[in-house]
Design a binder for this molecule. Structure first.
Ligand code: PEP
Length: 250
């Protein structure tokens, strides 16, 4: 059985003081035993402040990106080992906003992934098609292409440390969610590809998240699909009650 994994992506919201205050509320909402990996991914500058609040809680920390180099002349970048030293275990890679707004490519995501895995982080790699690509009947080509290129060169053991998030771009922040059937269809296709690449046993153990306007009222049905093992949550992760309800839906 795969353990449910729910991660909140705070994006460019909540500085250190606000983030710490919000994390305290979140801890109060989620202090009962729940069989789920619960992760929050604040902006870089907020991570340390939130880490102090989460220390004795069951909520873990992730970052929203990481560079592939460990040190050097890379203005604006953060190294995987730096994230580990401030308490992160997780890291989101290849989010569609990084791809669309900041020009990140599958090849870059792959370099980040290899570096993060070598450092000992647990990456969450995002893939997903745009509305034009879906309307053009290109979901399979786009999503499997992103997976093949982003995960190139990793071993089956490294694949087990990696979570994949299927996030249709047209569903992110739009209030328009993929139907459970639409999401499950793509998740099943992804797992099949993972089986071809890493073997059936590994593919069955890898966790796949759905992301795109997940809310308390649609989470249970989405997470109840055979190949959906949790969610990557944007907007609703900034509301403690909603995020806690989504976690409980797993
Ligand atoms: C996201 O940014 O990864 C996301 C899924 O956002 P939202 O939940 O707001 O659609």
């Amino acid at each position: 059985m795969r353990k449910t994994i729910v991660a909140g992506n705070w994006k460019l919201n909540l500085g250190p003081d606000e983030g710490a205050a919000f994390a305290e509320i979140l801890v109060q909402h989620l202090d009962e035993p729940i069989d789920c990996d619960i992760i929050v991914c604040p902006p870089y500058v907020t991570i340390s402040a939130v880490s102090k609040v989460l220390q004795s809680s069951r909520i873990e920390l992730g970052a929203q990106n990481a560079h592939w180099e460990e040190a050097g002349a890379f203005t604006g970048e953060v190294a995987p080992s730096m994230l580990l030293t401030i308490g992160c275990r997780w890291v989101i890679l290849g989010h569609s906003e990084r791809r669309q707004l900041f020009g990140e490519t599958d090849e870059g995501v792959n370099k980040r992934l290899l570096a993060c895995l070598s450092a000992g982080l647990s990456p969450i790699v995002c893939v997903g098609e745009t509305l034009a690509e879906r309307d053009g009947g290109r979901v399979q080509e786009i999503v499997l292409g992103q997976i093949d290129r982003s995960l190139a060169g990793i071993t089956a053991e490294q694949a087990l440390a990696t979570t994949l998030a299927y996030e249709p771009v047209w569903a992110i922040g739009t209030g328009r969610t993929a139907t459970p059937a639409q999401a499950e269809e793509v998740h099943a296709m992804i797992r099949q590809r993972l089986a071809q690449t890493f073997g059936e046993e590994t593919a069955q153990q890898m966790r796949l998240q759905y992301g795109g306007s997940v809310k308390p009222d649609n989470a249970a049905e989405l997470f109840g699909q055979e190949n959906i093992d949790g969610g990557l949550i944007g907007g609703a992760s900034l509301d403690a009650e909603s995020f806690a309800a989504i976690v409980r839906a797993g």
